[in-house]
Design a protein. Structure first.
Length: 374
């Protein structure tokens, strides 16, 4: 062991502590590295901390002699220690940090792949006039000056289609959508999506794109075991649900029991109001499912303004918003064939991070607000 006699100081969060009588080892997360602090009763005297005085999650500052060894990349023989802040939460700090790093790398890799496919990233409004056509409820507000009723967007589809009509053939956006609906282990009111549209592309093109995109980002995360195999199979919807046709919810049961990633194609006509019909009973639409979660959803865009408005108007609670009316007007001037796709950033993060709840893959997940008296 080589010892550097110059004093060193490190600040960070304790992620592990081990007491052995008059000896204490602390693993401290300092930025992107872990420093092991070696504390002894002989060296610190009455400043030697007890088990109750220092615990996992506390923020500490240490100073001492740096030691390099084969067992530990960086360890310090501690001569002084200060407890800078006590941890009052039960969150697993190290795990949270690792998950957020993985999520950041995922977003970077998604952008890198799409840039290589000549897609252009665009920024889209979050607050909009009126409502987005959808079966789910929206979050609403009003503007303090103009007094207009506004909502938070539930999807990016309309905005992307309006831009695509203006001459950008391959575009995408990454950001949050908001739906006032129930909460589960893979659904929350504020969720993050990658949404894209491609003019002159069919569903088959987006199925191919989604397979290559998913394979790429998972390979970059060194989590190839998520895919189970190199090839993601595509099967018909009826074939997918057939083994569970005698159950109350065949589609839900089929998803829950599908262990390998799969793309299902040709969904029932009632599932999507803005997708083009494949035939009388099915839509030109697909979903990519991994371990029971719908990670990607794509479809061929319905590009007939009259039929689109007619289908949307049959939806319960339909409101013809300003954005939708603008899209319909622009479509009537000429609309190229196109296909759209959405990828759930939160669900894909869950799979890559190995978490069982969508909240664990987010920095600030939605949670019940505690009410305090007084």
């Amino acid at each position: 062991m080589e010892t550097n006699q110059f004093p060193k100081k490190y600040n960070g969060r304790v992620i592990k502590s081990r007491h052995f009588g008059k000896l204490l080892f602390l693993d401290i997360l300092c930025g992107d590295k872990i420093v092991q602090g070696i504390l002894t009763k002989d060296s610190l005297k009455d400043r030697f901390p007890t088990k109750k005085q220092i615990q996992k999650g506390d923020i500490v500052g240490i100073g001492g002699v740096k030691s390099d060894s084969e067992e530990r990349e960086l360890s310090v023989e501690v001569k002084e220690i200060n407890i800078l802040s006590k941890n009052n939460t039960k969150d697993l700090i190290e795990s949270t940090a690792d998950n957020l790093k993985s999520r950041s790398e995922l977003t970077y890799n998604l952008r890198s792949f799409l840039r290589g496919e000549d897609y252009v990233e665009v920024d889209l409004p979050v607050i909009q006039e009126g409502d987005t056509p959808s079966k789910s409820r929206s979050f609403s507000t009003s503007h303090v000056t103009i007094g207009e009723d506004l909502t938070l967007r539930k999807s990016m589809d309309i905005f992307l289609r309006r831009i695509a009509l203006r001459g950008l053939d391959k575009i995408y956006s990454i950001g949050p959508n908001f739906r006032n609906e129930y909460i589960s282990k893979d659904k929350i009111p504020e969720f993050n999506m990658l949404s894209l549209i491609s003019n002159y592309a069919g569903v088959e093109d987006l199925i191919d794109l989604s397979k290559r995109l998913i394979s790429f980002v998972i390979s970059q995360s060194d989590k190839e075991e998520i895919l189970c195999s190199k090839e993601i199979k595509t099967i018909d919807y009826n074939e997918f649900v057939s083994p569970f046709s005698n159950t109350e919810h065949p589609y839900t049961e089929a998803k829950a029991n599908m262990k390998k990633p799969v793309i299902i194609y040709g969904l029932p006509s009632h599932s999507n109001s803005i997708a083009k019909q494949k035939n009388a009973n099915t839509l030109d639409e697909f979903k990519l499912i991994i371990r029971g979660y719908t990670v990607v959803h794509g479809y061929s865009d319905l590009n007939d303004a009259k039929i689109l408005k007619e289908k949307l108007s049959k939806q319960k609670g339909f409101v013809n918003s300003g954005e939708l009316e603008s899209l319909l007007n622009e479509m009537e001037m000429g609309c190229p064939p196109s296909s759209s796709m959405g990828l759930s950033l939160d669900r894909l993060s869950m799979l890559i991070c190995g978490t069982k709840n969508i909240r664990d893959a987010m920095a600030f997940p939605f949670s019940r607000i505690e009410k305090h008296n007084g």
